[in-house]
Design a protein around this ligand. Structure first.
Ligand SMILES: Nc1ncnc2c1ncn2[C@@H]1O[C@H](COP(=O)(O)OP(=O)(O)O)[C@@H](O)[C@H]1O
Ligand SMILES: [Mg+2]
Length: 293
């Protein structure tokens, strides 16, 4: 990955805890997969994106950011004995919690049914950033499955990323919630640009219609830009794969669409980022030498 020296100036000191920088390996690109409404396909997209990027020779860390309700591990057939809860509340080092998933993706499990993770608080946020920033063997990509909604954890994790991938389905409830999330992320967290994925869109024109609608209102009322990162058609193979606890798709319509999404994401590192949000991890990276040309 090529390394430039550009620095960002979008940090809002005082508003968010900063990642520790001394002695830490710099992180690569941080991509948050998020949504307003739940059940729109985020975890499946995050898992497949992470695995495809890893299959292409990248070092990838997948952070299950659905804290306390995580299911990345279930989707890839793992049963980790530890989770972020042990890191944040029992002083266990992150390195002991990371598990290896398909294609060598390093997975940070969120834990399930752990209420105290649902509100990290500022101290927990700082601890999480410090731990992630200190990961040895610098990842080229940190993919974060944020969970859904407008809760503090979601807003925090999304605003840490350089790329905020908002997932919606064509259903009006999902589209409305995607807009609501973008509204809060832009107004309260300074995120200036979003990437949209329309999941379960019958075809490209259905996805484009939603994209145009959302991007029009986001531009007019929020003053933020949206790019269409991709669309994924409905495909029974997705739920079948998840039922077999192997959500990494190998064939079919959705698998091909997810491959295309990974192509698009890979293209971002070569120069299209507007570096929108608070980007705490991104700033950490910039201080180390920014790999984005
Ligand atoms: N492209 C798709 N085609 C068919 N079903 C899908 C597709 N994407 C997601 N699903 C279904 O939606 C469910 C929720 O997906 P998941 O990734 O867990 O969503 P989220 O993380 O947003 O809650 C999955 O269990 C799967 O059955
Ligand atoms: Mg999920």
């Amino acid at each position: 990955m090529r390394r430039g020296r550009r620095r960002t100036t979008t940090a809002q000191p005082g508003k968010q805890p900063r990642a520790r920088t001394q002695g830490a390996a710099p992180l690569g690109r941080v991509i948050a997969v998020t949504s307003g409404k739940g059940g729109v396909g985020k975890t499946g997209i995050a898992v497949n994106l992470a695995v495809t990027l890893a299959e292409r020779g990248n070092r990838v860390v997948l952070l299950d950011g659905d804290l306390g309700l995580g299911n990345v591990d279930i989707m890839v057939g793992l049963t980790p004995s530890h989770s972020l809860d042990h890191v944040l509340h029992e002083s266990r080092p992150l390195s002991e919690v990371v598990v290896e998933g398909p294609a060598g993706v390093r997975i940070i499990p969120a834990g399930s049914g752990i209420g105290r993770l649902s509100q990290l608080g500022e101290e927990g946020q700082r601890a999480l950033l410090d731990q992630v920033a200190d990961l040895s063997d610098r990842p080229d990509y940190l993919v974060v499955d944020t969970g859904s909604g407008i809760g503090e954890n979601v807003l925090f994790l999304a605003s840490c990323a350089q790329e905020v991938l908002v997932v919606t389905t064509p259903e009006p409830t999902s589209v409305t919630d995607a807009y609501a999330l973008m509204k809060i992320l832009s107004r309260a967290r300074g995120v200036r640009r979003f990437r949209l994925v329309v999941n379960m869109a019958s075809d490209e024109s259905a996805a484009l219609e939603i994209y145009h609608r959302l991007s029009l209102v986001a531009d007019r009322f929020l003053g933020v830009g949206i790019d269409l990162a991709g669309f994924i058609p409905p495909d029974r193979a997705v739920s079948e794969a998840i039922c077999h606890r192997n959500g990494v798709l190998k064939a079919g319509r959705a698998a091909r669409a997810l491959e295309r999404l990974a192509d698009t994401v890979s293209g971002w590192k070569s120069g299209t980022s507007s570096r929108g949000g608070v980007q705490i991890l991104g700033n950490h990276l910039a201080e180390q030498g920014d790999p984005i040309p």
